[in-house]
Design a binder for this molecule. Structure first.
Ligand SMILES: Nc1ncnc2c1ncn2[C@@H]1O[C@H](COP(=O)(O)OP(=O)(O)OP(=O)(O)O)[C@@H](O)[C@H]1O
Length: 313
């Protein structure tokens, strides 16, 4: 494939690099010194509260608004710049609020965006098929549901077979089944080597799906890494759910006596035990002494939401 640069052929090579990026609107520091590196073929999450600066970062990375300070390179090309104009053709963008024209059909909408982007319309039907809108290709957008509009927005981002995708809140308005279908498409794109950056407010949705993520707050990146690395960095406690008969609850409490555990709570049919990450093996060893009394054991890691609040508050 001639349109793939050497960096994009090298899995793990940085494809999106931001250094010391700032965007100030008068006294408002929308982005305030961001360093970021997204590697080739990664599905990278950018999360943060409303107003954290995610969309502003996206717009700068796409060359839509100028930087106040710092440097961004996409596939080696400084943004903005003449080299970036070539790279831009390989970049797809789904904005937070995609503007669609009610009077156009699905097919006409993609034709319109393809012309705007300067790419061939030959693959438009395949793109509509990929996002599950083929059945509505001839219907006018005014008749589309919110989820269908969102899919059409995603379809326009896929025009021209982009190698890099920026997806701002892409699952807004999608029902659970459609969300599943959406991530299945992202997995396919990933297997084709596409690099993706995604923002979402639904942390449970992205925690098992992104390779790495950055947590933004007040215009800054507070932490970057895999969900597991961020959990370990925060050193948040774990929870054990220990399934035992009610008459054995006390035996669990006794077995854990003297260990650095936090709360021990009797719940419906099990005992919930909070413990520090480094006490995990000691707790398992203590529970093993209860022989057959423990019917089942589940370890619950802190959720991305727990991690997020730890870093962003
Ligand atoms: N054109 C603008 N003029 C002035 N302030 C702006 C402008 N665009 C963004 N801001 C401000 O910059 C900050 C970051 O906004 P941004 O839209 O990047 O946040 P976000 O993380 O994408 O939020 P959300 O999750 O709500 O989409 C906010 O305080 C916002 O009000």
């Amino acid at each position: 494939m001639a349109d793939i640069s050497p960096a994009q052929n090298d899995p793990g090579a940085p494809v999106i690099v931001a250094r010391g990026v700032r965007k100030h609107y008068g006294p408002i520091h929308a982005v305030d010194g961001v360093d970021l590196e997204v590697r080739s073929g990664e599905l990278f999450g950018l999360i943060g509260h409303n107003g954290a600066g995610k969309s502003t970062m996206f717009k700068m990375m796409l060359g839509l608004i100028p930087l106040t300070a710092g440097e961004i390179r996409i596939d080696g090309a400084p943004v903005p710049g003449s080299d970036f104009r070539t790279v831009r053709r390989k970049v797809g963008y789904l904005p937070e609020n995609v503007v669609l024209y009610d009077n156009l059909t699905g097919t006409e909408t993609l034709d319109f965006f393809a012309r705007l982007k300067g790419v061939s319309t030959a693959n438009n039907a395949a793109v509509l098929e990929r996002v599950g809108l083929m059945h509505a290709a001839k219907r006018r957008v005014r008749e589309y549901s919110k989820g269908m509009r969102q899919r059409l927005g995603f379809a326009q981002a896929l025009l021209g077979k982009p190698r890099i995708l920026f997806l701002d809140e892409p699952t807004t308005g999608l029902d659970p089944e459609a969300i599943r279908g959406f991530y299945a498409i992202l997995r396919q794109l990933k297997s084709e080597g596409v690099t993706m950056v995604i923002t979402s407010h639904i942390l449970a949705e992205i925690q098992e799906r992104v390779d790495r993520l950055a947590i933004m707050a007040a215009g800054k990146v507070q932490a970057t890494g895999t969900v597991q690395a961020l959990r370990e960095q925060m050193d948040l406690p774990l929870w054990f759910d220990v399934r035992v008969a009610p008459e054995d609850f006390e035996a669990v409490r006794n077995a854990l006596g003297g260990l650095p555990v936090g709360a021990i709570e009797a719940r419906d049919g099990h005992v919930a035990v909070q413990c520090a990450r480094d006490a995990k093996m000691a707790v398992i060893a203590a529970l093993a002494t209860l022989n057959g009394k423990v019917r089942d054991l589940t370890v619950r890691e802190p959720s991305l939401e727990d991690v997020f609040f730890g870093f962003s508050d």
